[in-house]
Ligand binder design. Sequence first.
Ligand code: F6R
Length: 611
Amino acid sequence: MCGIVGYTGPREAYPIILKGLKRLEYRGYDSSGVALLNADLKVYKKKGKVAELEESVVGKDVHAFTGIGHTRWATHGEPSDRNAHPHRSKSGNLAMIHNGIIENYASIKQDLQKKGYEFKSDTDTEVLLNFIEDIKENNNCTTEQALRIALKRVVGAYCVLLIDKDDPETIIAARKGSPLVIGIGKGEHFLASDASPIIEYTKEVVYVNDYEIAIVKPDELILKNLGNEKQTPFIQKLDMELAAIEKGGYDHFMLKEIFDQPGSIFDCLRGRLNADAGTITMSGVENHLPSLINAQRIVMVACGTSWHAGLLAEYLFEDICRIPVEVEYASEFRYRNPVINKGDVIIAISQSGETADTLVALENAKEKGAFIFGVVNAVGSSIARMSNAGAYTHAGPEIGVASTKAFTGQLAVLAMMAFKIGYAKGTIDEKRYQHLLTELWNIPDKVAQILEDTSNIQAIAEKYKDAADFLYLGRGYNFPVALEGALKLKEISYIHAEGYPAAEMKHGPIALVDENLPVVFVATKDKYYEKIVSNVQEIKARKGKVIAVATEGDTVIPGMADDVMYVPDADEALAPLLSVIPLQLLSYYIGIAKGLDVDKPRNLAKSVTVE
Ligand code: F6R
C-alpha cells in the first residue's frame, strides 16, 4: 500500500526513482511524485499512474543526486495532484513521502492550525511533516531529532522518507508497521518498500525494523532506535534475480504468474518432498513437531486470497491430522478479544508478509502466548520475521495485484505440513501418506497440462464477458476454490461474483438464477460428485448457464453444462491446486476482453499495509 523509493549517490536520482516506482506500482497507483534535491528542492507530482507523472515531467529540470519518490494508494484525501506525495513543509525546506496512516493526525492538525499552519492537501502526511518542522523550529534541533520527537507522539503506521534542503545528500527514513529495505551500493544507497527497485544495483540489503530511524548518505548508513541509540545494521544477501520481476514476454504480470505455476509449485516442493523416499523435509515443522502434533487447535489467520488458502487448510488439517481448525479474518481476529489457549497454534498465511491486519493479529496472539507458524512468500518480510517458525512458499515475486501463484504455493506448503503432521501423528496410514506424496509431486506437471491450451477458456471468457453477475459453487475441498474464483473475477473484471457452498444455494442465492446468470461449478471427481451433479441439474432446471470445471474423461457434467474447462484427475485433497487454474485464467481473459488493466485493477493495492 503505497510504494516508496529513495536514492542518494553519484548517479542521477530521477531515472532510478522512476524505474523503482514503476516496479512498485502494484502497491498503489492513483498518483505519484518525486522530490529531487540538488542546490534546490524540486517536487513534481501527478494524479494517475507513474507513466502520467513521467509524461508531465518531460522537459523539466530533474538533475539531482538525491531524491525520493512515491506511488500512492489513497487513504486520507481523494486521488489528486495536491494529495499526491511528496509533500513540502510550510517553509518549503523539507519534503516527505509516507506509506501508512497517522491515526491521531486530526488533533495534531488542529494544534498546528491554531499556530497558523495552512494545509494544501487533505493528507495525514502533510500534517506529520509540518509537525516535524514545527518541532524543529521550536526546539532549535536537527531534522533527525525533530523526526524522532514527532514519531514518539504519533499513533499509527508509517514508513517515511524525509529530505531537507539544507542537507542535500541525506535521506532520513523511519518505519513502524510499513516495510523498508535499504540497498547498499558502492558510495550509494537505495531505499524502497521492497527489494524490486534495488536488485539491479546491489544484492546487499538491510531490512529496517520497526521503531528504527536510518540516516542515509552516499557513503554512510546509520541506524538508530527511537531512543537515539545506534543499532548494528544486519546486512543480508538478496536471493532474487532481475528476471523474476520482469514480464518475460507475457503481456501482463498476472498471465506470467499464472503460467509460472508449474515452476513455482515445483520450487515449493523441491528439496522438501521426496515421493520415492516417502519423506517431507521442512525444518520449520520438524523443529516444532511436538507443538504441532499436540496442538489442541489450529487457527488460520489471513486476509483475502490467503484466507481462502486458510479455509482449504481447514479441510486438509481436519481431514488428515484430526486437529480442530478455525479460520479467521485477521481484521476481525485482531479486534474481537479472541480466546487463545496454551497449546493453540496460529498459522499465519500471507503472500506479502506485510498485511497490516494479519501482522497486528499475530502480534496480539503472540503476546497472549500463541505459537505462530508463518506461511509467507516474501522472504524477510515482517510476518516471516515475527513468526516463531515457518515455511516459505518460494513462489518468487508476485507483482500482478491479483494473487495467483502465491495461492498455489500456499496450498502446496499447507498440504505438505498436513501430510507430515498427520503421518507423524498416525492419523493417516502409510498407504495414504505415500499416495498423497506421489499425487502432490505430480501436480506441477498436471498444472502444465492445463496451461498447454487455453483457447477454450478464452472463448468462454468472450462469451460471458458482459454478464452482470456470476455465481461460483463448489463442495468440500472445492468450496474455497469457488470463493477464490469469485474473488478473482471481482478484482479483475469488476463483475459482481459470489462464491457459495453448492448445497447452500438452495437457501437463498438460487433466487438469482435465470437465463442471464452464469453459474461456475467447481465439479471435479470427488466424494461429492453425485451431489454436485444434482446441483448442476437444479441450476439447469431454472435456465441458468452452467460453466463447469470438470475432470478430464468425465462425460456426465459435460453432458449438462453449457461450457466446460477440464483439469486432470487428482486426489480430492489436492484437486484445488488444479481446479483454481482455469478460474484464474477465466478472470484474466474476461478482464482482457473488457479492456481492463488486469495488473492494476481499480482501487486495489497488492500489499495492504493499512488496516
Ligand atoms: C487477492 C489478493 C488479496 C490478498 C490479501 C492478503 O487476489 O491478492 O486478497 O490475498 O490482501 O494479502 P497477503 O497475502 O499479502 O497477506
